[in-house]
Design a protein around this ligand. Structure first.
Ligand code: DQA
Length: 146
């Protein structure tokens, strides 16, 4: 059987706490809930997903490089707070051919000023922000159309 086109879904710091972390901002779905919904949607779209989370910046850099080396169709990336700080993740995205879709549960532009700048946006194919957990599914739909 032919292997399915792969979508890497990478999550950065503190997203392991989804469900209990500031639910008024990030909602009550856990990362496992999101992974389950994405698995279902991926199946319907004929895609495979590989969903990961780390609190460590270098892991995200390694996984972006891995997605490229393995020929992933796209990366969906919620870099969490590294969005606003990480030149290393910016450079990693710049250095690979795989399109990266930036996702945020919240709308960072409606929040504190330090969240208004993203190192990811200039090197991302597109952004989905402000739609809570369903933003991951919207990003997957976008990835399927690339
Ligand atoms: C976030 C927004 C970031 O500003 C924040 O640091 C996060 C989560 C979001 O999904 O809304 O950790 O990426």
């Amino acid at each position: 059987m032919a292997t399915l086109p792969m979508i890497y879904v990478l999550n950065g710091p503190n997203l392991n706490l989804l469900g209990t972390r500031e639910p008024h901002i990030y909602g009550s779905d856990t990362l496992d809930d999101i992974a389950g919904a994405l698995e279902d949607r991926a199946k319907a779209l004929g895609l495979g997903i590989d969903m990961r989370q780390s609190n460590h910046e270098g892991h995200l850099v390694d996984w972006l490089q891995e997605a490229n080396a393995r020929g992933a169709k796209a990366v969906i990336l919620n870099a969490g707070a590294f969005t606003h700080t990480s030149v290393a993740i910016h450079d990693a995205i710049k250095g690979i051919d795989v399109p990266v879709i930036e996702v945020h549960l919240s709308n960072p532009h409606s929040r504190e000023p330090f969240r208004h700048h993203s190192y990811i946006t200039p090197v991302a194919r597109g952004i989905v922000a402000g739609f809570g957990a369903s933003g991951y599914e919207l990003a997957l739909d976008a990835a399927a159309r690339l």
